[in-house]
Ligand binder design. Structure first.
Ligand SMILES: Cc1ncc(COP(=O)(O)O)c(C=O)c1O
Length: 384
């Protein structure tokens, strides 16, 4: 009898060991891990440079509280804002916490209440971030929720034009909806969002918790769409598995986040920041990011070439190494893939989400492609 709350529907697999793109279960069965702990272990498991950074810092000092200057935090903030129009960072411990901070900052700075988010979005499980989330099933039984948020259809410019006004504090969105099913809007939609924000003094808040830190082949996914956000939120890939989250924002916002206005005990402690810095030292280079883009593009093209013949496959979409296969029976296929030694995650209703580590090799991508083809062939022997 487990002493855990049954909040998760767990698989009967215990992953005991990880090395690079591979993990091993209790029976030493080997899997190619295309979940990356849901977009977290972007450099694979137990990356030697990340392990070394953790060990080095753990011998020195782990935690000091934010009452003291933390040099590792200063350094990490500079690395994160470099190459962006953003100036300042605040560190926390998770994606939901980062979104909480962004929501608080947007409301305090603008002195306005309304925040627009989108149907099918996912922003976390705390009260504010859950209220921001555009999926009813996440909120079931928890009402009344925070009344700040209105949810609009994704990719619907007309609705947005109707609802965005001078009373709106922020528009908050994932530029690629991750949990919602790897949904990308039309280019015009992003352009319109930016214009509406500028015209009405609305802050643009982009949730990069899943898409950030190189996942899509850019440092941050908003760069693909020519956007100029006021705030972005980060977590997941930022620590390669060590819990850390952050918001990055424009300098003008500093006046609303003065001493005592927001805080956290653990956020940005020396250990978390040292680990995260070692992750960025590898990912935040154009050569590395270009490779993510190249591998993602090739992999997506190969998936399209080999899977589009199956009538059950509706679309293959994504950016960089955040890829979704929309198909009937996604759940069954995910179980079949797992049996064949490839771990993937569902997204939305009918999407197999592929999240390989960003340093995945071409050979590992070929192996995954081959496994996916075999799973589809088993399931749909009569192919048109
Ligand atoms: C886009 C997005 N925002 C926020 C979150 C919440 O992050 P966390 O689980 O670290 O609180 C997630 C988690 O899946 C996410 O995908």
């Amino acid at each position: 009898m487990s002493a855990l709350f049954p909040t998760y529907k767990r698989k009967q697999i215990q992953l005991k060991k990880g090395n690079g793109s591979y993990v091993y279960d209790q029976d030493n069965k080997k899997y190619l891990d295309f979940t990356s702990g849901i977009a977290v272990t972007s450099l694979g498991h137990c990356h030697p440079e990340v392990v070394a950074a953790l060990q080095k810092q753990s011998d020195c000092i782990w935690h000091t509280s934010n009452l003291f200057e933390i040099q590792q935090q200063e350094q990490l903030a500079l690395t994160l804002v470099k190459h962006t129009q953003l100036d300042l960072a605040f560190f926390c411990n998770s994606g939901a916490e980062a979104n909480e901070a962004a929501i608080k900052l947007a409301k305090k700075f603008t002195k306005k209440n309304k925040i627009i988010t989108f149907n099918d979005s996912f922003h976390g499980r705390t009260f504010g971030s859950m209220s921001a989330t555009g999926q009813q099933k996440i909120k079931e039984g928890y009402g009344p929720l925070v009344s700040t948020f209105i949810h609009l259809p994704w990719n619907d410019i007309e609705q947005l034009k109707k609802q965005a006004d001078n009373d709106t504090a922020a528009i908050m969105m994932e530029v690629i909806q991750g949990e919602g099913g790897i949904k990308i809007a039309d280019l015009d939609f992003y352009k319109e969002v930016q214009e509406i924000c500028e015209k009405n003094d609305i802050l643009l808040v982009i949730d990069e918790v899943q898409t950030g830190i190189g996942r899509t082949g850019k440092r941050y996914a908003y760069e693909h769409f020519g956007l100029d956000p006021d705030i972005i939120t980060l977590a997941k890939g930022l620590g390669n598995g060590f819990p850390i989250g952050a918001i990055l924002g424009k300098r003008k916002l500093a006046e609303a986040f003065g001493p005592g206005s927001h805080g956290t005990t653990f956020g940005g402690n020396p250990l978390a920041c040292a680990v995260s810095q070692s992750v960025l030292n590898i990912i935040f280079h154009d050569e590395f990011l270009n490779e993510v883009e190249r591998k993602g593009k090739n992999f997506k093209e190969q998936l399209e070439k080999h899977l589009i013949k199956f009538p059950s496959v509706k679309e293959i979409r994504g950016e960089g190494l955040l890829i979704g296969i929309e198909c009937e029976n996604a759940g069954e296929l995910i179980i079949n893939l797992e049996k064949k030694g490839l771990l993937t995650v569902p997204a939305g209703e009918h999407v197999i989400r592929l999240l390989p580590p960003l340093n995945v090799t071409d050979e590992e991508l070929s192996l995954a492609l081959n496994t996916i083809q075999r799973a589809f062939n088993n399931k749909y022997e009569t192919v048109t």
